[in-house]
Design a protein around this ligand. Structure first.
Ligand SMILES: [Zn+2]
Length: 109
């Protein structure tokens, strides 16, 4: 992996690119990441993908809860569906905040 020293973009490849796809800096602006730094980026990408899977599942959970609310069988069921909506949205907000934190710390390869 190679990192652009101008903007922080990480390039995957045997060689650095001719030009940074993000900021346009030249080949010489890239430095090769050591194994430890490359490993951290791989792990962050994996964790980010897990977060995104959960985020997408919460969308499905919320859609199911909305169907339950529409069905409106009784107060007990409605309460559970309402709580489901709140909890699923909370998980999504927490994921967004965490991923923004990763990007600020440069963990988003
Ligand atoms: Zn760049």
């Amino acid at each position: 992996m190679w990192q652009c020293n101008a903007c922080g973009y990480v390039w995957d490849g045997e060689e650095a690119p001719e030009q940074c796809p993000k900021c346009g800096a030249g080949h010489a602006k890239f430095t090769q990441l050591d194994d430890k730094a490359a490993d951290l980026i791989e792990r962050a990408r994996y964790t980010n993908s897990l977060h995104m899977q959960i985020y997408a599942l919460m969308e499905e959970v919320m859609a199911i809860a909305e169907e339950g609310l529409d069905d409106n069988l009784d107060a007990g069921c409605t309460k559970i569906f309402e709580q489901t909506l709140v909890q699923a949205e909370f998980v999504q907000q927490a994921i967004k905040a965490e991923l923004q934190g990763h990007m600020k710390k440069g963990k988003w390869g």
